[in-house]
Structures are given as C-alpha cells and as structure tokens.
Design a protein around this ligand. Structure first.
Ligand code: EPZ
Length: 422
C-alpha cells in the first residue's frame, strides 16, 4: 500500500486548479441509467471512486467510456443486469445511488446493503422510506436490498432524519420520482450544491424538477428521459482543503475553478480564524496571518459548515492560539484523525461529539495511518507544517476523493512524495 512521505516546513505558494466535485459526479453517473440514449459528462475528476462507479455501471449493462480529459460518455444498453454486488458496494458506499435509477427505469434492482465505514454507521432507512412511498416493494435478502415495483406513483415524502436530511437519500428518491406517475413532493430534502447539480442534469435529460437547493423539492413525473450533456460543478470540499492548507502553511495560494457561493460557511469560518480570502480573476487568493484565532464550529447540513471539512479544520485549529471546540453533528464518530494528530503532538480531547483543541506551537512529524478520505487529508495537511518527516500510510483512502493531491501540493512547493508500499 502506498504512503505519502512529507517533509514539513514549506510555505505553499502558487496556483492550483480545483477539480470537479466527487459528490456530484457519482450520483450524476448513476442518473445516466435513467436515459434512453447516451450522456456526456464533463469535468469528471480522476478518482478511484469514479473508476469504481464506471465499473459498477458496466456491471449494470451500461457502456462507459472516457472520451477525453475529464469527459465520460455513458449509454445504458443491457437493462436486464440489475445487481450491484457486495464486493463493489462495500468499497464505495455511494454505489447505493444506483437504486433509485434502476427502480425507476427497470422497475427492479438488487443492491448490496452498504456496510458501515470509518466515519460511523451509514444507514439507508430514509432512502428506503422514500422509495417505498413511491410504491416500491422492498425486501432484504442475504444482505442485499431487493426492490421492485409495477409502477411508481408520485407521493408526498418527508426525508428528515435524526441528523437532518440525507444527501444520497434525496438523490435516490429524486431520481426515482422523475419517472413516477404524477407529482412527488420531497420535504426536508438535502440542499447541497451537489443535489442542485444532479437536478440540473436530470432536467437537461427532460425531467421536471423544481426547488433544487431548497428543503422542498417538487418533481413532476415524465414518461422518459433522454441522454444529455453536463459539466460537473467544482469540488467545494477539495477547495476548502486547499484553502486550509494555504492557511496552515502561512503561504499564499490562488485557487481557480472555485464556486465560493457554495462555500459561504467555510470562508466565513476561515476569515473569523484570520485567513484572508480574496476574489480574483476566475478564482480566489488565500493567505493567512501568522497567528490564527481559535474558534467554535459545529457541522451541519448545507448551507452550514460541512462535515467533510471537519477533520481538515481540526488540523488547522491544532495551531490556533487558544482553545477551539469542534462539534460533529452529522457523523458523531467522525474523529479517526484525532488519535493520529495526537501522535504528532496535537493537544485534543474528545468530549462526546465534540473535540476540544488547545493550540500548540508546533506539530512534530510521525508515522500516521489514514482511516477515511477526509481524515487522510487532515493528516497530509498536518504533515505539511510539522517539524520533520511524516509518513501517511494507506493513502488509497485519499485517492478515492482527491485528484493527484500530492502532484497539486508539490506544484505549490510542498515536499511530498508518494512511496509505493508492499
Ligand atoms: C454524502 O453522504 C456524501 N457522500 C458524504 O461525503 C457527506 O459526508 C454526507 O453526504 C453528508 O454531507 C456522497 O455524496 C457520495 P447522508 P450520504 O445520507 O448521502 C444519516 C466524503 O467524504 N442517515 O447525508 O451517505 C447518516 O447516518 C463523503 O466525500 C440516516 O440516518 O450522507 C448521517 O448521520 C463522506 N438514514 C446523516 O444522515 C439514512 O437513510 C447524513 O447522511 C441516510 C442517512
């Protein structure tokens, strides 16, 4: 397994282009199963999860080809193949978002129930509640979700759960509703930009979706959807990760291909800490005061502070001048990065869903282990500013969601090498 070996101390300087959003790309690729005909998706990031989704769509009878830099063409062909197998789903939870399209287009599907992962249990009860409301019959058989329906009928559905709405649950039910008979109302829908991006693609295919980006979605069912062309929105989580890297290293970095309107909670919080973020032609320039202020932050559904940047912000606050409280309200167990940051000399203590961080003068490089996608990114950021060398193992986690992160960081002056492991 590959490692990243990082020698800390470089101040990041230069320009980096943000890639297309992973969490837009995956449901949009799944949505292509709804079309009679070929779709062309542009701005697709080169990620392990994208390769996995392409293979899964192949298992499900679609012809998937990469026809250019970041460009994929997807054409459903064999609609009899409706089984998303466990060995595929367990590697990528987002596989669950083929459920809605298969049910709507083929009226049946067998999708392995995704297991838990490092950030906690990942239930899908809200997905199933929504699909059942549209008329699906749902059984569990040998760890697989088996769904079928003679037809789908529009319904009024509440998708709120104990932690707010569900992003992929909203995606699944919205996709299924596009081909249902009549109108579906989804109350407490997820408002993430990635849901808006998915709705834009579905409407380009001929769907009739209103209210995307608000908690109340209205979908008027249609008889069929055609292939469409779509450009993926920039990845707000990658952008936030690089903003934090620039701030931690006390550097000055220009990010291009950024939608700061998708990142208000993030830029607001970083400015409060002492990070300067200024719009410039086609992007933003990020730099920071040497002294970073502590803060309190709670992760929330969009437009609140995103859980996917919690670990990275925690790494930054390890260097702030005082005590910070980081409360994780979406995935309360999402603190696998804390134990590894402690190995690097951070001062963090857990109190339930809150991490109390006391700033230290400096972190010290150490061998650390990645556990999930965003925790891995936090450890890389910590290594960039730690004294000495940091070896981050199991970087396959990070390859799932960041396009050539070590190449981008090296282009900004970081001393980071990928070392092929056994
Ligand atoms: C999406 O996961 C993202 N993944 C996650 O990003 C992100 O952390 C998450 O949304 C929250 O923003 C993709 O888009 C591929 P949820 P999703 O359903 O949709 C509970 C990353 O690092 N819940 O919005 O699976 C759930 O336990 C990944 O890129 C139920 O209770 O997350 C959680 O507490 C990690 N029942 C909360 O809702 C359900 O049926 C939010 O989960 C579904 C979810």
């Amino acid at each position: 397994m590959d490692q990243f070996v990082i020698k800390g101390g470089s101040r990041l300087r230069g320009e980096v282009r943000i890639s297309g959003a992973k969490n837009s790309t995956l449901p949009i690729m799944a949505a292509s199963l709804l079309a009679d005909g070929q779709s062309t998706i542009r701005g697709v990031p080169e990620l392990a999860d994208v390769r996995n989704m392409a293979e899964l769509l192949g298992d499900l009878g679609a012809a998937v080809s990469q026809t250019g830099d970041g460009q994929f063409q997807i054409r459903p062909e064999d609609e009899t193949a409706c089984h998303a197998r466990y060995d595929r789903v367990r590697k990528m939870r987002a596989s669950i978002c083929v459920l809605g399209p298969l049910l709507a287009k083929r009226k049946k599907a067998r999708v392995a129930m995704p297991g838990g992962c490092a950030i906690g249990s990942r239930p899908v009860n809200l997905h199933l509640r929504g699909l059942r409301a549209l008329g699906a019959e749902i059984d569990l058989d040998g760890g697989d979700i088996v769904v079928k329906a003679k037809k789908l009928t529009g319904a009024e559905i509440f998708l709120g759960g104990p932690f707010g709405s569900t992003v992929l649950g909203t995606a699944n039910v919205m996709m299924a509703a596009t081909l249902a008979e009549g109108t579906t109302v989804i109350e407490s829908a997820a408002c993430e930009p990635e849901i808006q991006d998915l709705a834009d693609y579905l409407n380009a295919m001929g769907a009739r979706i209103r209210g995307a980006g608000t908690p109340r979605l209205l979908i008027d069912g249609v008889d069929e959807l055609r292939g469409a062309e779509h450009q993926i929105i920039p990845d707000r989580i990658e952008a936030g990760t690089f903003m934090i890297a620039a701030a931690m290293s006390n550097g000055e970095v220009k990010l291009s291909n950024v939608r700061t309107d998708h990142m208000m909670a993030v830029t607001d919080k970083l400015r409060e800490i002492g990070v300067t973020i200024e719009a410039t032609d086609g992007g933003v320039v990020v730099c920071s005061a040497r002294r970073l202020e502590p803060t309190d932050v709670t992760t929330q559904p969009y437009p609140g502070f995103p859980t996917d940047l919690q670990a990275q912000l925690t790494a930054l606050l390890c260097l702030a001048d005082g005590n910070s409280a980081i409360t994780e309200k979406i995935f309360p167990d999402r603190f696998m990065h804390v134990a590894e940051l402690l190995r690097m000399g951070a001062n963090i203590r857990k109190e339930g869903p809150t991490a109390i961080v006391t700033g230290v003068k400096r972190l010290v490089g150490a061998p650390v282990m990645a556990s999930d996608l965003r925790a891995s990114a936090a450890l890389v950021l910590a290594g960039l500013i730690a004294r000495g060398a940091t070896a981050v193992s199991r970087v396959y986690h990070i390859d799932r969601g960041y396009e050539h992160i070590e190449v981008k960081l090296r282009s900004l002056g970081a001393d980071i090498q990928r070392v092929s492991g056994s």
